[in-house]
Write a protein that binds this ligand. Structure first.
Ligand code: PLP
Ligand code: COI
Length: 341
């Protein structure tokens, strides 16, 4: 298969239309058989529940070209499970998990010419999503839904690749204590837009959100979980019921313990202990692991000892091991890699 003529090493994290996407409709209480289609547009009622009450959720995962030329995805079963859980929380019909994984396979296969080559630094980002398509005017769930999967080749989420980021402790909240922070609802991202635009205007790369109730504990950013490395090389990640259970973070904690022999801890992390850490990183499918060099907490600058020029030593080991597993250079734990072609 001939690859598309794309300057793979210089693409950013943006949308580029690819050839095929998957669509399945939920009508009369059941999902139809689904199909790949060429049309990238959607026609719906002006009163669709997604448009009026933001009844929508999504997932994000990537397809990689491995060192030996295969195309694989990374733990798609966990994305299927998370969308299943999200759909329940949003009163939407869950898309069957096995069909979710198969739909991702189909989309990757159909767009194989857009999967960036090994070593290019780019990947094919896959976006499954599910939304209410039938009209509602009283506040209630829709009757009909659509599940879709599209893909787009992407480069690094943060401009500058792995240059350490400067982030601020935000005055905005991302998630309420009994809200939807733990699921991947579109509304979580809509309400973070003002906070991220404001942070960018102030010269920061990202926001660090604190817990909304006490504003003392570290939660996550708008699109990634945190990992911290202590001065004695323990890997620490915040525990909270209102953050998204990142697949990257869960994988990294396993890699830290089982591949690198490091101590790991998932616990409450307090904002006033940030200056004790040696390294900090943002982790997620899009972010992979993006190092943080500086955290600004209301004028107080916390400069991580790992500095502003490169990734900290332990963060780098985690990054190399995780990406090594994803790209087929390091043997993966059972069930982590799904070979597509
Ligand atoms: N946290 C939020 C709010 C996210 O949107 C994402 C991205 O999916 C993550 C964390 C990272 O999750 P994952 O590693 O499963 O991509
Ligand atoms: C991802 O990492 O896949 C995400 O969904 C984060 C983001 C682009 C919002």
């Amino acid at each position: 298969m001939e690859k598309k003529d794309i300057d793979w090493s210089n693409i950013g994290f943006g949308y580029q239309k690819t050839d095929k996407r998957y669509v399945s409709n939920y009508v009369d209480g059941a999902w139809d058989e689904g199909a790949l289609v060429s049309d990238d547009t959607i026609t719906m009622s002006e009163c669709a529940s997604v448009l009026q009450y933001a009844q929508t959720c999504f997932e994000g995962l990537k397809a990689y070209t491995t060192e030996d030329g295969k195309i694989v995805t990374f733990r798609p079963d966990l994305n299927a499970q998370r969308m299943f859980d999200t759909a329940k929380r949003l009163e939407m019909p869950s898309f069957p998990k096995d069909r979710f994984v198969e739909a991702v396979d189909e989309v990757v296969k159909a767009n194989a010419a857009y999967v960036p080559p090994y070593g290019s630094g780019a990947t094919l980002y896959i976006r499954p999503y599910l939304f209410g398509i039938s009209p509602v005017i009283g506040v209630k769930p829709a009757d009909n839904y659509q599940f879709r999967v599209f893909s787009t080749p992407v480069g690094p989420y943060f401009k500058g690749g792995i240059k350490p980021l400067t982030i601020k402790v935000s005055d905005f909240d991302r998630a309420a204590p009994n809200g939807t922070g733990h699921v991947k609802a579109g509304l979580n991202y809509a309400m973070s837009l003002h906070a991220i635009v404001t942070a960018h205007e102030e010269g920061y790369d990202e926001n660090m959100y604190l817990d909304a109730k006490t504003r003392t504990r570290v939660e996550e950013t708008g699109g990634a979980n945190f990992i911290f490395i202590t001065k004695d090389k323990k890997v620490v990640t915040p525990k909270s019921d209102s953050i998204l259970p990142s697949i990257t973070r869960r994988s990294l904690m396993y890699v830290a313990k089982e591949y690198l022999g490091l101590d790991v801890e998932e616990r409450e992390v307090y904002a006033d202990e940030l200056s004790d850490f040696a390294e900090c990183g943002l982790c997620g499918t899009a972010a992979v692991i993006s190092p943080v060099g500086k955290i600004v907490d209301h004028g107080k600058e916390i400069c991580l000892p790992s500095g502003m020029t490169s990734m900290g030593e332990t963060t780098k080991k985690l990054y190399d091991t995780l990406t090594g597993i994803q790209m087929g250079k390091i043997e993966a734990p059972e069930g982590w890699i799904r070979e597509i072609m």
